[in-house]
Design a protein around this ligand. Structure first.
Ligand SMILES: Nc1ncnc2c1ncn2[C@@H]1O[C@H](COP(=O)(O)OP(=O)(O)O)[C@@H](O)[C@H]1O
Ligand SMILES: [Mg+2]
Length: 386
């Protein structure tokens, strides 16, 4: 099963690109599901189908799932969020930690991803296309299972142990919320679910396509997104340059745009190489419905096979004494490396990832680290414990 994620800045054409790709997949006879994790549910509008809670057929072999996040949220989330906050507060965790946990209120999207996992597990689909929320949110969201893992795997066993010992005391004296067994296991279920989502989204059959328009501001953001996606372990396998003005019959106004876009397109090819750049022209009308989307897909991919397994290197490799993390387009000044116990903490600008080191490296000191050609190479000391 191939999973394709589409992300990019607001309004650049993520939903359109996702819907067009899904339409093409179905036309090729692949059983296709398209879902949105964006709370702005425009997929149904793009595919011209009525809103519905069950997967609805948008074209032969193409199903759209809209998640009723509100309902699901009411069911699961409230207690868990409260619970997480309380536990952290009671454990007296420092500022940074409680700040990190504020990523939890991406709840609606998380629910959508949990639903996605259900669909992925069902074995029904050859292709799942995900229309993601705009850049920053998606990133935080995608990083979340790992951040959560970091918290939960360290906290939960401890929390449970502590609670087992002292919960009567806590209940009586400190009036803190000793969770009932049921709540705790709901937390663990959630955690396991999120780890599975992450595994799915960083797996060998999943890739991300970055959607942009050839405008300086949009390109700048897309560059940062590429770096941070790679930081978090997601494989990007293409760029979609949408809304490219056709050059023919241009008046002065359009000529200005055509020239400006041509400069940006050159920059895009240069920046994102070796990723393929799929261009889509600025169409004379909004591409709505399967026929228009199918034309968008034809423009977008040409002869390329958008459903082939993702090519290129995985974002992180460990071999011998070395850990190599792809950080394309990262700024040397913005990259930082830290160590916390057996974890490696990599910062790239505003993004941070906590990498649990494999056992072979976990107890060894860092000998050197360099950022070169878009790769962070961390070499560990040889010969046993630090
Ligand atoms: N190549 C294109 N030509 C003309 N209109 C487009 C094109 N791509 C997208 N649109 C329109 O632009 C609007 C925003 O696109 P959408 O895919 O919803 O963006 P996003 O999901 O990134 O917010 C929609 O009305 C869509 O129909
Ligand atoms: Mg959208």
């Amino acid at each position: 099963m191939r999973v394709l994620l589409f992300t990019g800045k607001g309004g650049v054409g993520k939903t359109t690109a996702a819907a067009a790709t899904a339409t093409l997949a179905a036309e090729r006879g692949l059983k296709t599901l398209v879902v949105s994790t964006d709370t702005a549910h425009s997929l149904a509008d793009a595919l011209a189908v009525p809103p519905s809670r069950e997967p609805v057929q948008a074209a032969p072999g193409l199903y759209l799932q809209q998640v009723d996040t509100q309902k699901a949220l009411e069911r699961h989330w409230g207690e868990l969020r409260e619970y997480a906050r309380n536990v952290l507060r009671e454990l007296g965790l420092d500022e940074i930690t409680s700040e990190e946990i504020t990523v939890l209120p991406g709840a609606e999207e998380i629910i959508a991803l949990l639903e996605l996992r259900e669909q992925a597990r069902s074995g029904h689909w050859d292709v799942i296309v995900v229309d993601c929320a705009p850049t920053a949110e998606t990133l935080r969201l995608l990083a979340l299972p790992e951040a959560l893992d970091w918290h939960v795997s360290r906290l939960l066993p401890g929390v449970r142990r502590v609670l087992r010992l002292v919960s009567p005391v806590i209940r009586n004296v400190a009036k803190v919320s000793a969770p009932e067994g049921a709540v705790l296991s709901a937390g663990e279920r959630l955690h396991r679910g999120l780890m599975e989502v992450r595994e799915l989204l960083t797996g060998d059959d999943t890739s991300v396509r970055l959607v942009l328009t050839p405008e300086a501001v949009v390109v700048a953001e897309a560059r940062r997104t590429l770096t941070s996606l790679s930081l978090y372990g997601y494989r990007v396998d293409g760029v979609v340059a949408n809304r490219v003005f056709p050059a023919e019959d241009a008046d002065d106004w359009r000529r200005g745009w055509v020239e400006a876009q041509a400069r940006q397109l050159e920059e895009i090819h240069h920046s994102f190489a070796p990723l393929p750049v799929h261009t889509v022209p600025y169409l004379p009308a909004e591409p709505i419905g399967p026929r228009a989307l199918s034309e968008v897909a034809a423009e977008m991919y040409g002869d390329a096979d958008p459903f082939a397994p993702p090519s290129g290197e995985p974002p992180m490799r460990v071999g011998g004494d070395e850990l190599v993390l792809a950080l394309p387009l990262a700024d040397k000044e913005a990259v930082d490396l830290g160590r916390k116990g057996e974890d490696l903490i990599v910062t790239a600008g505003p993004y941070r990832r906590v990498i649990a080191l494999p056992a072979a490296l976990a107890r060894r000191g860092i000998a050197s680290a360099v950022l070169r050609d878009g790769h962070l190479r961390v070499r560990f000391e040889t010969g046993g414990a630090k």
